[in-house]
Design a protein around this ligand. Sequence first.
Ligand SMILES: Nc1ncnc2c1ncn2[C@@H]1O[C@H](COP(=O)(O)OP(=O)(O)OP(=O)(O)O)[C@@H](O)[C@H]1O
Ligand SMILES: [Mg+2]
Length: 362
Amino acid sequence: MNWDDESAYAEPPAGDRLVATAADGEDRAVEAALRPKDLGEFVGQERVREQLDLVLKAARARGATADHVLLSGAPGLGKTTLSMIIAAEMGAPIRITSGPAIQHAGDLAAILSSLTEGEVLFLDEIHRMSRPAEEMLYMAMEDFRVDVIVGKGPGATAIPLELPPFTLVGATTRAGLLPPPLRDRFGFTGHMEFYAPAELQRVVHRSARLLDVEIEDQGAAEIAGRSRGTPRIANRLLRRVRDYAQVKADGVITREIAAQALDVYEVDARGLDRLDRAVLTALLKLFGGGPVGLSTLAVAVGEERETVEEVAEPFLVREGLLARTPRGRIATPAAWEHLGLVNDAGTAGRAGTPPQQGLFGG
Ligand SMILES: Nc1ncnc2c1ncn2[C@@H]1O[C@H](COP(=O)(O)OP(=O)(O)OP(=O)(O)O)[C@@H](O)[C@H]1O
Ligand SMILES: [Mg+2]
């Protein structure tokens, strides 16, 4: 397996969910085709874009290699895309690998020592790198030098190896998991936010143009509204809606066609898909709105803990439908309302929240 190939380290997506956060197969090819190629084409993320633009322009003006860049943010927001844009803007080649692919320090040494001057090394999921590799990376980032250990035991010797200056672009969905010494070695950290509906609408229009699909403004708005603030999902929903429009209508995506299509694919008006609704339904119906532990909730919906925590929950929390508390997950009043359910108390809300007792002596 060629670990330098982007397609080689895809984690298995969560089932066959339409809004699965990892792309696969044909999706990957289309995804690559839809990737903005420069900062000007990159929609939204105004702050990160402006900051990055300064970093790159200044480096270019100095004729220097750009500082190391850390990109953090949820899946599908454009980290990989931005890393490729960084390389393109610097006129530099890019090498792509990922944390899980680097299990031994030697793997990293091999990659680092083969870099050319100014090359961009994209290290996806950098928080999942092994400890020894991480420590080697500290020195490489700071001093452009690695110590290659030759031999074993008492006879082992460290041979210092000079590296050409390179730009490390690290991407992580979990910036909090990065050890501070690593985080501190990045000259610039860009935090990617979820996209506003209007921005996603622009992404949809742009992709429709590239895919040669006719779409009305309202159709793009409908897709954008159900895309959970995520361009990858917007692109994916667009392709499914396109299929529907071709088969069931004249190919033009109107608001009605988009809404009908997404109903067929079980993506509701707020962008919740089958898994999201399964999690919420279990929380409400089986556990009375919580609090319930993550593991229990995961078992109830027949998914891995990680899938519930990393795929479904961030969006549910962001939408104000679910809250993570020290005692477990609880549903908010909005969750009862969204699923059209009524809790034991007969009203939407207060689920799982025991009556506050005498907090102030009352
Ligand atoms: N700002 C943007 N403008 C237009 N399209 C975008 C933008 N950001 C992302 N996309 C589209 O979304 C898709 C996913 O983006 P990308 O692969 O860069 O996300 P990611 O953050 O690397 O996700 P992951 O964490 O899963 O690796 C790309 O194919 C790209 O076409
Ligand atoms: Mg990526």
